[in-house]
Design a protein around this ligand. Structure first.
Ligand code: ADP
Ligand code: MG
Length: 250
């Protein structure tokens, strides 16, 4: 499979705090990578760097056909390039981040209409199709406040995939949900994985990681400590730091 994501020597610091140290990863098209590690290890920062919510200080990124170089040349990043890069990198957060004043349908239509300049009828068709995919076409005219957490998160996924991203990034998408609502979101994510979407999933759901991910990457203190086939890393971790972390889940 061709490489979809190239992360090359990415570094990020916040003032004196070094959060990402020379991260280098290749992710193939269609691969599902579970990114795990203790709190504060840099997982969210890495995802934010990938969709440029937080631009890296140094290094290079390539997602699909789009390439960006950081460092001295960051000053030259053009808003148009940033917008294209972000569109190709869908992100789902722990706290949904839906637009509260818009209906479910309008939430999903908004990106295609404004960022992709899609006409309203097409955007509407696309949004309805995405809502069907996540099992929520009957909620199209509701407002987010009347949905359960699991439903909100499925709308957030529909909204992200409506932008036709090359990759999907999930940052603890099920961590804020009541336990009985986790499964419905994980099953939408699994379906997306089965359709061949390239995904990086930050998660504490080890059973999901083991079953759905091809690969597990374990981070600690801003470095990649271990990277291997999901079942191998979870069942038989090699590094002592990975072993210590995973022992909390047994
Ligand atoms: P994780 O997602 O693995 O818990 P994060 O990427 O959120 O880790 O955070 C890594 C480190 O970077 C933490 O020490 C965190 O406090 C720090 N950090 C994250 N974002 C910022 C920010 N915007 N400003 C300052 N420090 C930050
Ligand atoms: Mg985080």
């Amino acid at each position: 499979m061709p490489v979809m994501i190239r992360i090359d020597a990415i570094e990020k610091r916040f003032d004196d705090l070094v959060v990402l140290r020379n991260i280098t990863l290749r992710i193939e098209k269609g691969e599902v990578v579970a990114l795990i590690g203790p709190s504060g290890s840099g997982k969210s920062t890495l995802l934010r760097c990938l969709n440029l919510l937080v631009p890296p200080d140094n290094g290079r990124l390539e997602i699909g056909k789009n390439r960006m170089v950081f460092g001295e040349s960051s000053a030259k990043l053009k808003p148009k390039d940033l917008a294209v890069f972000r569109q190709k990198t869908g992100m789902v957060f722990q706290h949904f981040n839906l637009f509260p004043h818009m209906t479910v349908l309008d939430n999903v239509m908004e990106g295609p209409k404004t960022a992709l300049k899609m006409d309203k009828i097409k955007a509407r068709e696309l949004a309805i199709a995405q809502l069907e995919k996540v099992g929520l076409s009957d909620k199209a005219d509701m407002y987010p406040s009347s949905l359960s957490g699991g439903q909100k998160q499925r709308v957030a996924i529909a909204r992200a995939i409506a932008m036709e991203p090359d990759v999907m990034l999930f940052d603890e998408a099920t961590s804020a949900l009541d336990p009985e609502l986790v499964g419905e979101v994980l099953s939408v994510m699994k379906e997306l994985a089965n359709e061949g979407m390239t995904m990086i999933v930050v998660t504490h759901e080890m059973a999901f990681a083991r079953e759905v991910a091809n690969r597990v990457v374990f981070m600690r203190d801003g470095v990649v400590v271990e990277d291997g086939p999901a079942k191998q890393v979870i069942d038989n971790p090699q590094d002592d730091r990975t072993k210590a972390f995973l022992s909390h889940f047994h």
